[in-house]
Write a protein that binds this ligand. Structure first.
Ligand code: ATP
Ligand code: LTN
Length: 358
């Protein structure tokens, strides 16, 4: 499955070198990623992130988190946040993120994330955070609540990644800038205090890294879009999914052909169809050659519903078992906490903090 994913270009670090020297053998590459429990996920989140996480489970050491501290950067209703956290965990598991095969945990259960953020804040400059696209976008969309956390979001994200020595970070295209600042901070810290952090690479799918809105194919599909017809929620029923695809914006032409520039709506639907069915774009074009848009859009809707339906049902089943989810969280926090603590104490030592007695 690696062929569907590509590394950021440039010289790769050799993160395994130190471990290899110590143990005489290379360790498996480590992945870290997270999604915020800020509401119901969309098909964009599923295709751009979670689906890839599942495909990488057998090949890498995977650590997947629920980034609940990040959600606080935008005003949250506390009861909703709690509910969304369980629901996202259930969705991860229903999507095939087996907690037996990876470390799955809640970010706030491991205090080292907030603690490392403090240290990294001391080597981060306001200018580099104010330049972040997401900060600028969210400052506009949440103009009444431009808080320090919103600006500091990428530093907390860097802490998430660097605590676990992640080599790779599988995300959608919109998160690339955040991985770049993580790399900058790791390199800066290593330069100032000696080699401590592994410098991670983004892992971005060649296809499906940016699923577009069904109503405005120049905008990315986003769960915070005020128009629900613009996105497919992973909670949508089969009927709703098919209806939303039938209403998706295309163009006045009649041919089903991939052309991002002139036919962005049709190209987005072809991308979704191709990723979901495993068929190439060429095969999908051939399948709908000479067919009407209506038939094409219904077929995309049905293919998506075939994937989303069982995930939604399994998610709802898992969600009923809170004790099971709490146990997953407990085990995840123990494993993640051990790894994170090791990195944090190394960092504290490197910067000159006196070690607390055990
Ligand atoms: P919000 O609208 O609240 O900003 P979002 O829907 O953009 O949220 P995030 O929580 O920021 O979603 O993203 C979670 C993961 O899903 C990230 O890895 C992100 O890159 C990926 N992702 C988000 N939207 C898309 C999309 N439209 N296409 C592909 N990947 C996406
Ligand atoms: N900002 C990410 C969520 C996130 C994340 C991370 C992703 C928080 N910490 C660490 C990768 C690695 C988003 O998807 N909005």
């Amino acid at each position: 499955m690696t062929e569907i994913l590509s590394n950021k270009d440039g010289e790769a670090e050799n993160p395994n070198a130190v471990e290899q020297m110590k143990t005489g053998q290379a360790r498996r590459k480590r992945l870290f990623s997270a999604v915020q429990p800020s509401g119901t996920l969309t098909l964009g989140n599923y295709i751009g992130a979670i689906r890839n996480w599942r495909m990488l489970l057998d090949e890498y050491d995977c650590i997947y988190a629920l980034a609940d501290l990040h959600t606080l950067t935008v005003r949250q209703n506390p009861a909703d946040l709690r509910r969304n956290t369980y629901a996202l965990a259930a969705l991860y598991i229903a999507s095939g993120i087996d907690p037996e095969k990876c470390v799955l945990f809640v970010q706030s259960h491991v205090s080292a994330h907030a603690e490392l953020s403090w240290i990294l804040n001391t080597i981060t400059y306001p200018g580099e955070l104010q330049r972040m696209t997401q900060f600028k976008d969210k400052s506009r969309s949440h103009a009444d609540n431009v808080n320090m956390g919103l600006m500091d979001y990428p530093v907390l994200m860097a802490s998430d990644i660097l605590l676990y020595g992640a080599d790779l970070v599988p995300v959608g295209a919109d998160q690339k800038q955040h991985i770049e600042i993580t790399r900058d901070l790791a390199i800066r810290f290593n330069g100032r205090y000696s080699d401590t952090f592994i410098v991670p690479e983004p892992y971005i799918a060649k296809s499906g890294a940016k699923i577009m809105s069904l109503q405005d194919p120049s905008k990315k599909m986003s769960k915070s879009d005020p128009n629900p017809a613009a996105f497919i929620s992973m909670d949508d029923s089969r009927d709703t999914i098919i209806k939303k695809f039938r209403r998706a914006v295309t163009d006045s032409d009649t041919t089903v052909r991939y052309d991002e520039e002139h036919k962005p709506g049709v190209s987005n639907l072809l991308t979704i169809y191709s990723v979901i069915t495993g068929k190439s774009i060429g095969e999908a074009e051939a399948e709908f050659c000479g067919k009407m848009y209506g038939e094409f859009k219904t077929a995309v809707g049905e293919a998506v519903a075939d994937v989303v339906d069982p995930i939604r049902e399994e998610k709802n089943r898992i969600l009923k078992d809170k004790a099971y989810l709490d146990n997953v969280f407990k085990n995840g926090a123990e494993s993640a906490g051990r790894m994170a603590k090791r990195t944090l104490s190394k960092v504290y030592k490197r910067v000159g903090l006196v070690q607390a007695m055990p």
